[in-house]
Design a protein around this ligand. Sequence first.
Ligand code: SF4
Length: 644
Amino acid sequence: MLSPAEIEKRLLRLLPRVEKPARYVGGELNQVVKPWARIPLRVALAFPDIYEIGMPNLGLAALYELVNQQPEMLAERVYVPWPDMQALMRADELPLFSLETRHALRDFDLVGISLPYESIYTNVLSLLALGGIPLLANARTDEDPLVLAGGHATFNPEPMADFIDAFVIGDGEEALLDVAHCLLEAKRNGAGRAQRLRALAAIDGVYVPALYDVSYHADGRVAAVDPREDGVPQQIHKRVVAVLPPPLTRPLVPNLDTVHNRVAVEIMRGCTRGCRFCHAGMVTRPVRERSVEAIVEAIDAALEATGFGEVGLLSLSSSDYSQALELVRTVAARFGSRRINISLPSLRIESFSVELMQALAGNSRRGGFTLAPEAASERMRAIINKPVATSQLLETAREIFSRGWHTIKLYFMIGHPEETLADVEAIAALCQAVLAEGRRVLGSRAKVHAGISTFVPKPHTPFQWVPCDSLEQITAKQLLLRQRLRERAIKLSWSDPHETMLEAWLARGDRRLGAVVLAAWQAGASFDAWREHFRFDLWQQAFAAAGLAPEFYTHRPRPLEERLPWEHIDAGVSQRFLREDRAWSAAQRLRDDCRERCSACGILPTFKALRAAHPGPGWKCPEVGGGAAATAAAAGAAAAGEPA
Ligand code: SF4
């Protein structure tokens, strides 16, 4: 493998020949460079897309800071080069390298890959191949790094099980350090690869697929996923950090424009609303909040350290943050005079959200105001458990327009379970009704932007058993919307149905999908999340080559008793709860926000000891072990038929 000096020399030759060379040079403000030779454990943190997409990833940035705080460890960054650079690197035999010290990927002890969504799976293979690491985990030797993956997509790790040595399921902050300490010890003891994998499998929340056998029924359904050895857990319980660690205070400042050039602070993790389509809302439970003081101090420090002019306060449902008004008032008072643009995405459809945005924005009205009703008929909103009355939505829209915003962005999904064409037509009618509200206030200046995505039933949600819409169904629904929404004041955008199919195959697949991912990549599939690069035909051919039918994964309703490919992964939310919620959905029965009434989703029994050890309001599940809140939890649980 080439030395860093040789890599640097070859890199300098290539840089003038590629688009955006700043992607490949590193050296950003707040980059951490530790002395390679003196650090015993070296970790590469990789994002399987280009620099501009990977740099703002908050999870990876937090892990970068965390690992670099450990005296015996270093973390460096790796992104996937754009195709022009990849071609030159292959021609010049330049291996994929870290931005900090130009070490080749395979020189690291641990390569940690972020997998937030499925359409970057082929880029993982590009990353490994360019880095000189064997693609298949079972072809790696003691000389190769250990390849770890984490992120929301790993709640169904099976389609990537052939390529990844170990997955971290759930919150990564503590688990990554546990993995790193385990490898450090193994390195000191001279433990080989097999021993390392066994040691990793003993860490809570770590899944080592090579230690499990998957068997199938004759019709292709999964029959079982069994540990190969004694001592390997049957179920892998996700990791949860009881207290969110302090937010980042020295984020890296990118060399070129990225998708978000801002200070980002996660104000809260998890969601209590229980929208049935929402994977993130289910797998990130329980809700844990950061304090207003911790958030404001972090913003202050990060602005000082970066010079950014924008702050994003991130969570799945920002208006549910319990101190939301206090937070925005404090932030506005503290930073308002500095002309910092503060964004608070994921707001609920209610007047309170408008109040929050107004407190943040002062007199400026940059961009549009975003609302996500997800469905347009009240029947469909009951099915998906996102109850908001149409009258309330229109009232909120009126208030938004009255307070000076000219554009409302409305996000919907088509393809929800039991959706009819009448539900799709309701989307068009609702967009027109919102526009009419705007016209009443602003005349022809009012605009509506409708973003229409297509629902993919995800693992660990109450909809995990339902089929997806077919290509034909999706296309027909999109056409209907295009025909109904022809006003110039309504801008319509929609997702590509073929990209939806890819997301569905990979999200709902079993371990045999590994052969499909490999064949698609070998045929040239990469950057599948980029419309100009996505090749649906390559995936169809890959399915055919693997002897698998894509519709088996997407268009087949799965009986409740079927063993699902991801059932050995425990996201904390119980199968009993998911089945019950599926039945409630079919009956259009709503479930309360679980902060008002715990619905015994399974989180508390799974993490009872952790909750008991961390009492107090930072964690939004009821207290365990006594007190009024615990009594309320028990009442809620009893009503749902399960001990709290
Ligand atoms: S245990 Fe209760 S309060 Fe906690 S996430 Fe589940 S339903 Fe919500």
